[in-house]
Structure formats: C-alpha cells, structure tokens
Design a protein around this ligand. Structure first.
Ligand SMILES: [Zn+2]
Length: 245
C-alpha cells in the first residue's frame, strides 16, 4: 500500500510536469502574436516608401507622356489651316502644360514625404529588429524550459517501473483505472473526519471503521477514489499530499 502511495506521489509529480509542458508553449503563442504584429508594422512602413516611389515614377511617366503630346501638337500647329483648330490646339497644349506643372508639384511633395518615410522606416527597422531579437531570445528560453521539463518528466517516469514491480497488480489496475477516469489529481485520498477528501462526501460508518482499522484502501461510494487513513501511512501520506500540489 505504501508503494501505491509512493507511486501516486510520483504520478502527481509527473502530472505537474505534463501540465507545465502544455503551459510552457502557450507563452510562445503570445510572443508569436507580437512577432506577427511587428512584421506587419515593418511591412506597412516599407510599403509606404514603396508606394511613394511608385507614385513618383507614375508622375514622371505621365510628365514624359504629356511632354511628347505637347511636341506632337506643336508639330500639328504648322499643318492646321483653320484658326479655330489652331486655337483649340493651343488651348490643349496649355492644358497639358498645367497638368505637367501640377504633376511636378506633386513630385516635390512626394520627395519630401519619401525622405520622411525612409527615415521612419530606418528607425522602425532598428526598433523592430531589437524587439524581434528580444522575442527570439524569450522564445529560445521557453524552448529550453520546455526541454528541461520534458527531461525531468522522463526521469520521473523512469522511476515508475521499479515501484510498480512491488505493487499488487489488482490494486495497481484499480488505481490506474481511477486515475484514468479522474484525468487529474489523486486517486488515493486520505480520510478527513468521516468524509472522503477527494469529493468531501461522507463515507458510510462501516467503511470508516474498516479504513480506520487496517491499512486498507476503501472505495468512496460517491467519487470512486480509494480512501485511506493517513496516520497509518504517516510519512507517505505527507509525501502524497505534497505531490498533489
Ligand atoms: Zn469521494
């Protein structure tokens, strides 16, 4: 019976490690969200620069095109016979010139914006790069913490076999069954007054007597856990309870 309590103390420790193994990677998902946000931020500042460069090129292309159009119309002027056609061409050329100077103004504004956007982007790169490096370091720490937890859990699991060898197979399978059905927490619980300390329901007087009388584990009729009298297992009981924390 003592060995079964020892096994439970060990299993509860293993369970704690398993829970840590689930919890540890969750910390990383927070960092992954942060990482994604930084990437988005950097991409946004980069595309601001790219868009300005694109717009500048578009304006320049537009200007070239309009200048060619003006040249073409200038050539047509000589061939035109009617005065109103001549005036119309002049008017069109004038319009094109106005459009060109509007584009030129836009280019100057773009160049100013681009200077600012580029220096912002450089600063963003530095700041975000530093933040990303910090996050990478934190993630590496988490990975390390996880691998340590896995190694510790495996070391604990290796201790099960020698313990199990000394446990009555019938009791062992009862214990395993309860553990499986409860998913977490102890399968063996100390008697508390006249109640099961697993579910806090009272235990029949007859069972209480049996529990108190011998080093027997009696099932609780409410939760199915095996109830024992802690003082009978003195030091072991303490260990089992500690393992559950
Ligand atoms: Zn119970």
């Amino acid at each position: 019976m003592k060995n079964l309590l020892k096994l439970q103390a060990l299993d509860l420790k293993i369970e704690k490690f398993r829970l840590r193994e689930i919890e540890i990677p969750k910390q990383k998902s927070k960092f992954n969200i942060h990482k994604k946000r930084l990437e988005d931020e950097l991409n946004a500042s980069e595309s601001r620069c790219k868009n300005l460069v694109l717009e500048q090129r578009e304006c320049e292309g537009d200007i070239t095109q309009k200048q060619e159009e003006i040249k073409r119309k200038d050539g047509q002027l000589l061939a035109v016979k009617k005065n109103e056609e001549y005036q119309a061409l002049l008017h069109e050329m004038e319009m094109l010139k106005k459009q060109i100077s509007a584009k030129e103004e836009r280019i100057i504004a773009i160049m100013l914006d681009l200077d600012e956007a580029k220096s912002c982007h450089e600063e963003d790169k530095k700041r975000i790069g530093a933040e990303q490096a910090e996050i990478e370091a934190e993630c590496a720490k988490i990975d390390e913490e996880l691998s340590v937890a896995v190694a510790e859990r495996k070391a604990l699991e290796a201790k099960r076999a020698p313990l199990i060898a000394d446990i009555d197979p019938g009791m062992l399978s009862k214990y395993e069954r309860i553990r499986k059905s409860k998913k977490t927490g102890p399968a063996l619980v100390p008697l508390q007054g006249e109640s099961c300390s697993g579910c806090f329901m009272s235990i029949t007087a007859q069972n209480v007597n049996e529990i108190l009388a011998g080093d027997k584990f009696m099932p609780c009729h409410h939760c199915g856990r095996l109830v024992y009298y802690a003082p009978k297992f003195d030091d072991m009981a303490v260990e089992a309870v500690e393992g559950g924390r």
